[in-house]
Design a protein around this ligand. Structure first.
Ligand SMILES: [Zn+2]
Length: 269
């Protein structure tokens, strides 16, 4: 009797493991605000915020903060307006200008935004800065880093059959963060094409709601493209441009989205 019952049981183990994986994936499906796209995300918003805060502390210690009064005032002015309309869970908003000549900006879960002094040569004015900040924070609102990590973890779990372990760790994403390191969550700067287009659209909406003409975002990306053409052969391409390819399709898609963004634009008229 024993031998007859143990054989089917062991045969069931892979099936149970697969079932656990499927249940976990369903439980970890969330909806992206504004676009309604379903995404996989195993990292909780509070975990994301905690990781974002600690990563920002590290960056603050490593990078010099700009003393340029104009840049700082612009960042605070634009940041304050945008923060009122950007839904970031557990946000402790902070907008810091770092002394760095490369045109770059980043946003971390928890509401921490870093802007390089070199970005202002591209943004030109408040609306231009709002376009970049809106786009970067959109990556946070849409939880794109957690999505990327979760996809990587699932890909790994399928290979190694770690479905059971994932289910046990559940939504807290302990496996995800343990496997890839906390820094990986906030350091994931390489987004998919779909995520970039989504961040462009959400960024345009945030701009419009904060009172900036969303059409200015098209000019901003065109200036970025021009800068890239002029500096493309430089030995050190800023990370922002290597992870944000500005091409015709991107600008075309943003243009096509403008009626939706303009419908939310009440200011400046
Ligand atoms: Zn982006």
């Amino acid at each position: 009797m024993k031998s007859r019952s143990s054989a089917p049981l062991s045969a069931l183990v892979p099936a149970v493991s697969c079932l656990a994986l499927v249940i976990t994936l369903v439980a970890c499906t969330t909806t992206v605000p504004e676009t309604g796209r379903k995404q996989l995300n195993m990292i909780s918003p509070s975990k994301e915020a905690a990781l974002g805060l600690s990563e920002f502390q590290k960056i603050r210690k490593e990078k010099p903060i700009s003393t340029n009064a104009t840049y700082n005032a612009t960042a605070q002015r634009v940041g304050r307006k945008l923060s009122l309309v950007m839904p970031v869970p557990n946000a402790e908003w902070e907008f810091v200008v770092f002394e760095d000549p490369t045109p770059n900006a980043f946003a971390l879960p928890g509401g921490k935004v870093g802007i390089h002094s070199g970005l202002f040569q591209i943004t030109k004015d408040d609306a231009g800065l709002a376009a970049v900040m809106g786009h970067e924070v959109a990556h946070v609102v849409a939880r794109h880093s957690g999505e990327r990590l979760s996809q990587n973890v699932v890909a790994g779990a399928i290979v190694t059959g770690a479905g059971y372990a994932m289910n046990r760790d559940g939504r807290d994403g302990a496996l995800a963060t343990a496997a890839l390191g906390g820094g990986a969550l906030v350091a994931t700067r390489s987004f998919s094409r779909q995520q970039e287009l989504e961040a462009d659209q959400m960024g345009a909406l945030f701009m419009a709601r904060a009172g900036y003409d969303p059409r200015e975002s098209i000019g901003l990306w065109e200036r970025f493209a021009a800068w890239k053409n002029q500096n493309g052969q430089a030995s050190k391409m800023p990370q922002f441009l290597s992870t944000h390819p500005v091409d015709e399709r991107r600008i075309t898609e943003l243009r096509a989205y403008m009626p939706k963004a303009m419908a939310e634009y009440k200011g400046g008229r």
